[in-house]
Design a protein around this ligand. Structure first.
Ligand SMILES: [Zn+2]
Length: 473
C-alpha cells in the first residue's frame, strides 16, 4: 500500500514536472510569462522573422595565450611603478619601462600579422588636479588593424586597458605600485585581443570591415587623461567610434567556483524612454558572448567610481566597462605593505589567468563580430501614436554586404531585445496591431555573414502635452 502510494506520488511529481517543462517551453515561445493576462499584440499571429545565424569561426577559448598575458603582466609589474608622473625615460623603473614592454610585445604580434597590424605611440600633454595643474607629457600605445571596407574603415572599434598604476598616494612617483590587476590585466587583455584578431585576419578567418584599435592608455589614475585624449585622437583621425570596450581590473576571481561571469557596466544615457548607445553595446556583447559569460550591470560604473569608458559615454558614444566579479579593495590603489596581518598591494599572485583568458576571448569575439557587421541604421523613428499600428522607420546607406534589418522590441521593463521581424530594405514598416505604447522598439542591421550592428532605439515622436486654451481678452 505504502509502496503504491509513493509510486502515485512519484508519478504525480513526474507529471507536474512535465507540465512545468511544457509551460517553460510555451513561456519561451511567447517571450512572456503564462501568468500575464494582457491583450495579445498583435492580435493575429506574429510575423515569422527570418534570422541568420551569428558569424561562424568563433574565437576558441583554447586559442587564448594565457602564458603571454602572464609574461606581459610580469614585465609591467617589474617596472616598479607605472605612475604617470614617474619616469618616461628610465628603461628599468617607471612608466616608460612599461610603454617599452607593451610596444615590444605589440611589435612581435604585428610581425605575425602579415603586415596588417600597425603599432604607434601617441605622445601628448595633459593637465589635471592630479598633475598639480601643470601640463605633463603622456603617451598612449595603439595597435591598429585597418578595416577592409572603404566606407566602414572609418568606423573604429576600440578595446582599451590603462597601463599606468598608482600607490596609495596618487601623487607619489617613488613608491612601488605593481598594479597587476589595475590595470596590467586590462592591458594584457587588449594586447591579447590584438594577437587573436590579427592572427585570425592573417589566416583569412575574419574579414573586419571596420577598423579595430587595441589601446594601452596612460593617465587613467591622474584623471582619465589618456582615454580623454584617445577620444580626441579618433576625431582628429576622422573616425566614428563604433564601440569602446574598457577593460579595467579584469584579472582576479578568487571566490569559490571560478571562473565567474565578468561584469559589464553600461550607463543609462539621458534620453527619456530610450537606452543609451552604451546600453545597446552591452546588449550586443552579451548576445555575442552569451549570458553565461557576461553579467550586464545597468549602471555607468561601480558605485562612485569611474574609468576610461566615461569620456566616450559622456560624448554619447557606445562605451562599456568590463570588471572582475567581486573586487578586493586591499589589492587596489594600495602601496604594498602588511598592516595588522593584512597584506596590501596589487600583486600578480592574486590573478586568475583562467578567468582573464575568458575575458580576453569575450572581448576579442565581440570585437570580431562587431567589426564584421554593417553600419547601424540611422534616423530610427517610431510613429503611429494614437493609432492601432506602430510604424518604425529608418535610413541606411547602400551596402552590398548587408542582408537586411531586424526590428527589435521588448517589454519596457525587460532588459533584452527580441526580434519582432526582419526586413530587407530601409524605409517604413507598419507593425499591424502593435501599440506604440506597450513596448520599446529598435532596429539593427544584419550582414550576409550574420554579424549584427548594435541596435538603434527609436527616437520618440515628441509632442508636447496639449496646452490650456488661451482666452482672448
Ligand atoms: Zn584602473
Amino acid at each position: 500500500m505504502r509502496h503504491r502510494r509513493s509510486t502515485i506520488q512519484g508519478l504525480a511529481r513526474k507529471v507536474s514536472v512535465a507540465v512545468l517543462v511544457l509551460l517553460g517551453v510555451v513561456e519561451v515561445a511567447l517571450g512572456q510569462s503564462a501568468a500575464q493576462r494582457d491583450p495579445a499584440e498583435p492580435a493575429q499571429e506574429k510575423p515569422q522573422a527570418k534570422t541568420l545565424p551569428h558569424p561562424a569561426a568563433r574565437i576558441a577559448r583554447t586559442s587564448v595565450n594565457e602564458k603571454s598575458m602572464r609574461a606581459l603582466i610580469a614585465k609591467l609589474v617589474a617596472c616598479g611603478t607605472r605612475l604617470t608622473l614617474s619616469s618616461w625615460t628610465d628603461p628599468k623603473r617607471g612608466i616608460g619601462c612599461a610603454r617599452d614592454a607593451i610596444v615590444a610585445r605589440l611589435n612581435e604580434i604585428a610581425q605575425d600579422s602579415g603586415g596588417k597590424l600597425q603599432v604607434a605611440v601617441d605622445k601628448f600633454e595633459s593637465t589635471s588636479q592630479r598633475t598639480s595643474e601643470k601640463p605633463i607629457a603622456l603617451e598612449n600605445v595603439y595597435a591598429i588593424l585597418p578595416g577592409s571596407d572603404p566606407k566602414l574603415a572609418k568606423t573604429i572599434f576600440i578595446v582599451s586597458g590603462h597601463y599606468d598604476s598608482r600607490p596609495s598616494n596618487v601623487m607619489d612617483a617613488q613608491a612601488d605600485a605593481p598594479g597587476a590587476d589595475d590595470d596590467a590585466s586590462g592591458t594584457a587583455v587588449s594586447v591579447e585581443c590584438a594577437r587573436l584578431l590579427s592572427k585570425a585576419s592573417a589566416k583569412g578567418g575574419g574579414t573586419y570591415r571596420a577598423t579595430i584599435l587595441f589601446a594601452a592608455v596612460s593617465g587613467e589614475e591622474q584623471g582619465l587623461l589618456g582615454s580623454t585624449h584617445l577620444l580626441e585622437w579618433t576625431k582628429q583621425q576622422g573616425y566614428t567610434v563604433g564601440g569602446m570596450l574598457d577593460d579595467d581590473i579584469v584579472g582576479a576571481d578568487p571566490a569559490a567556483g571560478a571562473p565567474h561571469r565578468v561584469r559589464l557596466f553600461s550607463g543609462n544615457g539621458e534620453i527619456d524612454d530610450a537606452d543609451s548607445p552604451s546600453r545597446e553595446l552591452a546588449r550586443a556583447v552579451e548576445e555575442i558572448d552569451g549570458s553565461a559569460a557576461i553579467r550586464m550591470i545597468f549602471r555607468i560604473d561601480r558605485y562612485g567610481r569611474g574609468g576610461d569608458h566615461y569620456p566616450f559615454y559622456k560624448a554619447g558614444l557606445p562605451a562599456v566597462r568590463f570588471t572582475e566579479p567581486l573586487e578586493d579593495y586591499n589589492h587596489q590603489h594600495q602601496t604594498p605593505r602588511t598592516e595588522n596581518g593584512i597584506e596590501y598591494g596589487d600583486f600578480e599572485k592574486y590573478l586568475n589567468f583562467t578567468f582573464m583568458g575568458e575575458v580576453a576571448r569575450d572581448n576579442a569575439e565581440a570585437l570580431r563580430q562587431l567589426a564584421m557587421a554593417p553600419a547601424p541604421p540611422t534616423s530610427v523613428k517610431l510613429t503611429g501614436a494614437v493609432t492601432p499600428n506602430a510604424k518604425v522607420s529608418w535610413a541606411a546607406e547602400e551596402d552590398a554586404e548587408r542582408a537586411g534589418f531586424e526590428i527589435l522590441w521588448r517589454e519596457t521593463a525587460e532588459p533584452r531585445w527580441h526580434i519582432y521581424d526582419s526586413v530587407t530594405v530601409p524605409g517604413e514598416t507598419v507593425l499591424k496591431g502593435v501599440s506604440t505604447d506597450n513596448h520599446f522598439f529598435a532596429v539593427r542591421a544584419v550582414g550576409k555573414n550574420g554579424a549584427r550592428s548594435i541596435a538603434v532605439p527609436t527616437e520618440i515622436e515628441r509632442r508636447p502635452p496639449p496646452l490650456p486654451a488661451v482666452t482672448k481678452q
